[in-house]
Design a protein around this ligand. Structure first.
Ligand code: FBP
Length: 247
């Protein structure tokens, strides 16, 4: 099994996700957090275990930080403007990710999309190639498509299990609503580790409470974005979450 050591600490993950500029666009951004330098500094001072970006942000900003914070490159993505069937095209190769200094790579599979099989095929090939370079692969396993309820815990669990079946080292899923549901999801993911995404901005109390349930369910940790860098005091928020994750 490929090692997760470079992107974890004390066996836990605390990833700062910053690919929303592509996925959601400026509606998520402010004068402060639209600047990738701000995010890399935040990742370092907030003691995250890695930062997640698309390749363009890495190309233009990562170099000065390359020995200070590990990088996870998201290999595919899409905008929220397209009305097409959920599908995120491949934008970066493993070779490019390696040359940009990535310690791991990520890829979204929209489980339930009519184009799911294309994404699964590409995902499987990525796993093979990334492992040949010693890089772990994180699957953003997101149920999506007509008639697919992406909030149904059974469906979120199915998506996580698909990650195990196709060779993901880590799956990134949305919180399935309760500690009990998440514990079952973690069990179904087996030796594939689980990280939970943050979602749109919530209150500090809610994020801390959810993180406690997330850690009690046996996950590897968090891959959180907006609930950190949209906060008024993101370093304070990061410190509170570190207390839960690493204690
Ligand atoms: P957040 O913690 O901000 O929710 O980020 C997690 C994430 O998976 C991002 O990596 C990605 O950009 C976004 O959510 C995608 O969300 P969605 O597909 O639901 O719009």
């Amino acid at each position: 099994m490929v090692s997760l050591q470079k992107i974890t600490r004390k066996g836990k993950a605390f990833f700062l996700a910053y690919d929303q500029g592509l996925e959601h666009g400026p509606r998520d951004l402010s004068v402060t957090n639209a600047d990738p330098d701000y995010i890399f500094q935040l990742a370092i001072h907030g003691k995250f275990t890695a930062v997640i970006t698309q390749k363009g942000v890495a190309q233009k900003y990562y170099h000065p930080y390359r020995f200070k914070i590990p990088l996870i490159i998201k290999l595919n993505g899409k905008t929220s403007l397209s009305q097409a069937e959920p599908y995120a095209g491949l934008l970066c190769t493993i070779e490019e990710a390696v040359s940009l200094g990535a310690s791991a790579v990520g890829y979204t599979v929209y489980v339930g999309s009519k184009r799911e099989s294309e994404m699964l095929e590409i995902f499987s090939a990525i796993v093979y190639e990334a492992h040949a370079h010693g890089l772990p692969v994180i699957g953003w396993m997101y149920p999506r498509g007509e008639g697919v309820d992406d909030t149904d815990p059974a469906i979120v669990t199915y998506a996580a299990r698909v990650g195990l079946e196709v060779g993901a080292d880590i799956v990134k899923v949305k919180y399935p609503g309760s500690e009990q549901a998440l514990s079952w999801l973690v069990h179904c993911a087996g030796n594939t580790k689980v990280v939970i995404s943050g979602g749109s901005k919530a209150t500090e109390e809610d994020v801390v409470a959810t993180t406690k349930a997330v850690m009690a369910s046996g996950t590897l940790g968090l891959a959180i974005g907006r609930n950190i860098w949209q906060q008024e005091n993101p370093l304070e928020m990061a410190a509170k979450l570190r207390e839960v994750i690493f204690k």
